[in-house]
Ligand binder design. Sequence first.
Ligand code: S3P
Length: 165
Amino acid sequence: MRIFLIGFMGCGKSTMGRALAASLDMTFIDLDTYLEERYFKTFNLIFAEEGEANFRLKERKVLEEVSAFDQVIIATGGGAPCFFDNMELMNNSGFCIFLDVEIDSLVYRLIHAKTERPLIKGKSPEELRHFIEELMQKRRPFYEKAQYILKGNEIKPDDILNIFS
Ligand code: S3P
């Protein structure tokens, strides 16, 4: 059993993943954290020093690695599903779930987030909303390839547990 949680930055993949892993007695993997430990470098630094294209190559490599692990719940970075054939890789090696949270909530959560994200660094709330709207439009077709789509601003671990019961 392998579950991939995908969706835009701030949709709650990691929080959900940790809760699910505890309920299902599985191991939680945050793909960004795994990547940082694998390459001994923060993803902020990889973005800054090597550029996004290199980050995406590394992200693909670690996605392949974790796709071979058993009994894991993996929260991917928001962009991971949208590069290479990463969606096909995830759909073929496990259950892929898209957490489809509304733009208003994403804006609110990202404004109040503690984690620094290179793609949105320094943006005003208005710029952030515009950025999210535009990028979500491009990313949605990839996200919607997931086998399961959960919509709403209050998606609970039980909503996912119900899929598997
Ligand atoms: C990114 C999302 C981030 C991280 C990187 C790029 C994106 O992960 O992988 O900053 O392209 O949407 P989160 O979705 O966990 O913030």
